[in-house]
Design a protein around this ligand. Structure first.
Ligand code: NLE
Ligand code: FE2
Length: 295
């Protein structure tokens, strides 16, 4: 979670010290007091995490595990048809459970021997530089709550399905993990807010919502497409544009609905050559030149 951070529900502390997650009126769980209480408890748990200590385990309810089972099953079918091979390779290596929500500590223990990545719990919004910067240390900030059961096919708000099925499977691939780390290094290197936002938008249009040509078809590798069994069935109909750093870094997007503008890499190597090399070397000056309006 990060840029999507704009959508993340604000977390506030009440006078009595308890935690309140403020869901917006349009959130499917807004009028569900049981869901809202769950969100408050899970945010509290994340806030209790001490760096270096194991991530506090959430005792998920049978209903929450059921949401995971439904979404996992739908996504597994969609992925075989619509996900890039490198992501499927990550799925095979990580072998996530399909019958229950895994704990972030478990996900970390499975990922670390593969690519070095571990997860950190996030109660709510994580500041942009912190979210991206820690990727350079092979750390991924993640929410722990699950989407509301009434709308399992899509949530604009990153949840544990998105963070784990979308991102952890990619982070189990050496090639994708290397790209995440390079994004983190870029976020640490740039100084201005504008440059940081440019780096984060390139991340949004690639590791979050990227698509790729493969075997004469269009496949998805972005975690935001790969965690929504609604959106993954639609991406081929969207406005598909060629991979272009200046365009990705300056195009605006609305996180509350399916993404209608997507950028296509021609292969993994093409993504690495263009986006990986950009993150590996970019600085404020280079980004300022890229961000200049074309006259
Ligand atoms: N739209 C994604 C999903 O439904 O899984 C989550 C948000 C990605 C930014
Ligand atoms: Fe994400």
């Amino acid at each position: 979670m990060f840029e999507e951070a704009q959508y993340l529900a604000p977390v506030t502390r009440r006078a009595d010290g308890s935690i309140e997650v403020e869901l917006s009126r349009s959130h499917p769980g807004f009028a569900d007091p049981v869901y809202r209480e769950r969100r408050n408890r899970i945010a509290e748990l994340a806030l209790r995490h001490v760096p270096g200590e194991p991530i506090p385990a959430v005792e998920y309810t049978p209903e929450e595990h059921e949401v995971w089972r439904i979404v996992s099953a739908e996504l597994a079918v969609a992925h075989r048809e619509l996900a890039v091979a490198e992501y499927l390779h990550g799925c095979e290596r990580l072998a996530l459970p399909k019958d229950r929500i895994p704990q972030l500590e478990e996900v970390s223990d499975w990922l670390e021997p593969l690519t070095g990545f571990r997860y950190l719990p996030a109660a709510g919004l994580v500041e942009l530089r912190e979210f991206y910067g820690t990727l350079a240390d092979s750390l991924f900030h993640s929410t722990q709550y699950i989407r509301h059961h009434s709308v399992p096919l899509y949530t604009p708000e990153p949840d544990v399905v998105h963070e784990v099925i979308g991102h952890a499977n990619a982070l189990a691939s050496d090639r994708f993990a290397a790209l995440y780390r390079l994004a983190g290094e870029a976020a640490r290197r740039v100084e201005t807010r504008e440059a940081l936002e440019f780096v984060s938008k390139v991340f949004w249009f690639t590791l979050e919502f990227g698509v790729m040509a493969e075997g004469g078809e269009l496949k998805a590798y972005g975690a935001g497409i790969l965690s929504s069994y609604g959106e993954i069935r639609e991406f081929r109909q969207m406005d598909i544009r060629p991979l272009d750093l200046a365009a990705m870094g300056t195009t605006t997007y609305d996180i509350t609905h399916y993404q209608d503008v997507l950028f296509r890499a021609e292969s993994m190597a093409h993504l690495e050559d263009v986006v990986g090399a950009f993150w590996a070397t970019c600085d404020d000056d280079a980004i300022a030149r890229l961000a200049l309006p074309v006259s």
